[in-house]
Design a protein around this ligand. Structure first.
Ligand code: HAM
Length: 433
């Protein structure tokens, strides 16, 4: 039984890492006032054919469903988001600030940083066309990565502007909206393609590679939007986290104006995030009924995981979070089997108060139970023996021991890991405070 290529099994340690990433994404998105939404996993192919365009159309995980509909697993969120906003535009206060962090599917060739199923954070701000909104989104992408313990030595946001390239084509008498995408594809591959191949592709535009390179090296005043954005980012103390890079043009068809991608500084990974303005998408999808401008970005969990793993400070932060999250608060050591029923009552009462509690399911030597307590990462062990209803509280890190009364436990144990949604006041009344 084989795992399909490009898909992942999530063993508990993988799930822990994924949970960490999603929890961090959620926390930072909420700090910026974004609220979570989601859409269906399956959509009609039609939604992506014109809207997403580019390579994505060839990567759809599509099939015919039993009702004869041509459907696809979602390859990205933006068209779904646009559809949802258009359907209930009037219900939402502007600007709309939404995020989601689900799974997406693209039939890509499996390789480093590229799978067929991946998680992707999406943050989108709809209904605001100002550069202040652009700055808010770029700052959010930066803070997303800083929250993982990554800083400007580890990553950089490369910013560009499709409008600047429009102006470039215009200046060369070659601007034609329908051919803009084709031209941008050439720019997109300029660092990877052989110069002769690029030269040949540019010929129909009547533009030489040298002219394109000269523009990239010195774009003059064409990137005014970038300068305004830079001023906003600097005011936030984010100088050093971004740079102008005219070669960033983005592969998806719906982008207009400002675009950006986030890369690791060492340039060993593919983009960890990418996005930009898509001021016409809602207009086009609603046949002119909804004209809201928009900007957003997507950040993938595959590349982010690789970046975290390659950055010691970030890897240590993730490890500490997982250890904290998974550790038990208390391990109940049953030193006298005759007291098992009392131990079970205590286990239940502590769990009801939100403590993470573990204990041996069968009669086990006390030494083995202490080993299990260490493995569970428990802060302390409560030893239930002949002294009952008193019991020994052992702090595992310091090995200190004290004989305590049951009613003293809540104060001695401190706050529980999780505040229970509603504390369960189960049987033993001895923990009532
Ligand atoms: P995208 O550039 O296609 O943009 O994807 C954003 C990020 O998702 C990429 O930088 C990469 O980290 C990750 N990603 C994409 N495809 C894969 C894959 N096959 N395997 C692993 N990771 C992948 C979008 O999807 C836009 N819809 C983002 C957006 C939101 N623009 C505006 N709002």
């Amino acid at each position: 039984m084989q795992l399909l290529p490009g898909f992942r099994d999530f063993y508990p340690e993988d799930c822990a890492r994924r949970n960490y990433i999603i929890a961090t994404w959620r926390e930072v998105a909420r700090r910026y006032g974004f609220v979570e939404f989601d859409g269906p996993m399956l959509e009609t192919v039609e939604l992506y054919l014109k809207k997403s365009g580019g390579e994505l159309v060839g990567q759809l995980f599509d099939f015919e469903d039993k009702g004869g509909r041509h459907v696809t697993l979602r390859p990205e969120m933006t068209p779904t988001l646009a559809r949802m906003v258009i359907a209930r535009e009037r219900d939402f206060k502007k600007p709309i600030k939404w995020f989601c962090a689900p799974q997406f599917f693209r039939y890509e060739k499996q390789q480093k940083g590229r799978l067929r199923e991946f998680g992707q954070l999406n943050c989108d701000l709809i209904g605001e066309s100002s550069v202040a909104a652009d700055a808010e989104m770029v700052a959010l992408s930066i803070d997303m990565l800083r929250a993982f313990g990554l800083d400007h030595h580890d990553f950089v946001v490369r910013v560009s502007d499709r409008d600047a390239w429009k102006a470039f084509l215009d200046a060369h008498g070659s601007f034609d909206e329908t051919r803009l995408a084709e031209f941008l594809q050439i720019v997109d591959k300029i660092e990877r393609d052989r110069p002769e191949a690029t030269e040949a592709k540019l010929q129909p535009f009547g533009i030489s590679l040298e002219e394109v390179r000269a523009f990239i090296a010195d774009p003059g005043t064409h990137f005014e939007r970038f300068n305004a954005l830079a001023a906003e980012l600097d005011a936030r103390g984010l100088k050093g986290f971004y740079q102008l890079d005219p070669t960033i043009v983005r592969g998806l068809a719906y982008y207009t104006g400002l675009v950006f991608e986030v890369f690791d500084r060492k340039k060993t990974l593919r983009a960890v995030a990418g996005g930009g303005r898509y001021d016409n998408l809602l207009n086009v999808m609603s046949d002119g009924k909804c004209t809201l401008p928009a900007i957003g970005f997507g950040m993938g969990d595959v590349v982010l995981s690789e970046l975290i793993a390659a950055t010691p400070a970030a890897a240590a932060k993730m490890k500490a979070w997982i250890a904290r999250r998974h550790a038990a608060d208390v391990y109940i050591v049953i030193a006298a089997e005759a007291r098992r029923a009392d131990a079970l009552g205590l286990v239940q009462a502590l769990r009801g108060r939100g403590y993470r509690v573990d204990y041996p399911l069968s009669s086990v030597k006390v030494g083995k139970q202490f080993q299990a307590a260490e493995q569970a990462g428990a802060r302390c062990a409560l030893v239930i023996g002949e002294e009952w209803p008193r019991l020994k509280l052992k702090t595992l890190a310091t090995r200190e021991e004290a004989l305590v009364e049951l009613k003293e436990l809540p104060a001695l144990l401190g706050p529980s890991h999780l505040s229970p949604v509603s504390p369960v006041s189960s049987s033993p009344g001895f923990l009532a405070s």
